[in-house]
Write a protein that binds this ligand. Structure first.
Ligand code: SIN
Length: 330
């Protein structure tokens, strides 16, 4: 006999159903990721993994799991929930850099971190880790983005094959500010008027490689503020998610963006319209960080932004980027 704890079954057909606590069920293998434990919680005193949707436009919290020791059955629940909710929050984790990398690798190969504004690349010995921090040590920032606002963006969309997912793990978080907001780009596409959907069908967008989301110039790049000539790569404006097959608006970041084939004025006007749909409050969900929080998001169907915070407080986050197997496709 297997036991399920309160939560949502991850079968497509029945995932909305909240289950009574500790209902005994027979696991028949038909379910994609059930909340079950091989033994009764009464025997172990341990509750099984649970998925709790945020109730917002995206996101769910995964409870009762230690990412250092997660087994294959619980990982299947996490993987299914990631596709269904776009973003997952895990609280009270205690991960070393190696453990963060190990858990990230369960989703695929990792990309190396982008070069930081300081010209440094990574945590010594761990090229996969990108440090996001305002902390300065020996006169040198230990990470990127400082304490300022980071504008809406998709991580590394200026690459031919941007990462499919990112994980951000909080080592230190300020008491106030520095909250991160995520939005649902499936919802953004679905909310467009039919006429606008038709207008953008088949169009491609240049994703700027000049500035990062904090407005800092990327290493080795000459500053350019003309979207027609700034460096970057083109991706379809509307992409089909390779796994869920759902369509999402794919905007990357606003600065220096340019829709191929249009005049600059036409491109700017169309982008303004699309961004106004994509950044409506109803499509977003915000997270207030505590040390030990880990957030995993899908870069193919979300964007994120960050509030500024008091530069005198400390915020240290370690991020990994999971490499995609395919470039964004219409
Ligand atoms: C990022 O853009 O990956 C960092 C977001 C944050 O600092 O919250």
């Amino acid at each position: 006999m297997l036991w399920r704890t309160a939560g949502v079954c991850y079968c497509r057909g029945c995932r909305a159903a909240w289950l009574p606590i500790r209902t005994p069920v027979r696991y028949n293998g038909a379910h994609r990721g059930f909340f079950f434990d091989a033994t009764s919680p009464r025997e172990t005193g341990k509750e099984g993994i649970t998925v709790v949707p945020t109730g917002g436009a995206l996101g769910a919290e995964i409870r009762n799991v230690d990412l250092r020791t997660i087994d294959d059955v619980d990982f299947a629940v996490v993987f299914g929930a990631w596709h269904d909710h776009l973003l997952l929050l895990f609280r009270e984790q205690e991960l070393s850099d190696e453990e963060l990398i190990d858990f990230s690798r369960r989703f695929g190969e990792l990309d190396w971190a982008p070069i930081q504004e300081s010209g440094r690349r990574f945590v010594e010995g761990h090229p996969e880790i990108y440090v996001v921090s305002n902390v300065v040590e020996n006169g040198m920032p230990i990470g990127s983005l400082g304490a300022g606002e980071a504008t809406w963006h998709t991580d590394m969309s200026y690459l031919e094959v941007p990462p499919k997912a990112s994980m951000l793990y909080a080592l230190e978080a300020p008491r106030f500010g520095g909250d991160t907001y995520f939005n649902n780009m499936y919802g953004a596409y679905e909310s467009l008027p039919e006429e606008l959907k038709r207008r953008i069908e088949g169009l491609s967008l240049k994703h700027d490689g000049t500035y990062n989301s904090g407005g800092y110039l990327r290493q080795g790049v000459t500053p350019v503020d003309d979207p027609m000539i700034s460096p970057g790569v083109y991706h379809p404006l509307v992409c089909t998610h390779p796994e869920t097959r759902r369509r999402a608006l794919y905007l990357g970041r606003r600065r220096n963006a340019y829709i191929g084939g249009l005049s600059l004025a036409e491109s700017e006007s169309l982008l303004e319209k699309l961004w106004s749909y994509a950044t409506r409050a109803g499509l977003a969900w915000g997270h207030k960080w505590r040390a030990g929080d880990l957030v995993l998001w899908d870069n193919r169907c979300t964007m994120h932004r960050r509030d500024s915070f008091d530069a005198a407080s400390r915020r240290i986050m370690h991020r990994t980027q999971i490499r995609d197997e395919v470039a964004p496709r219409a």
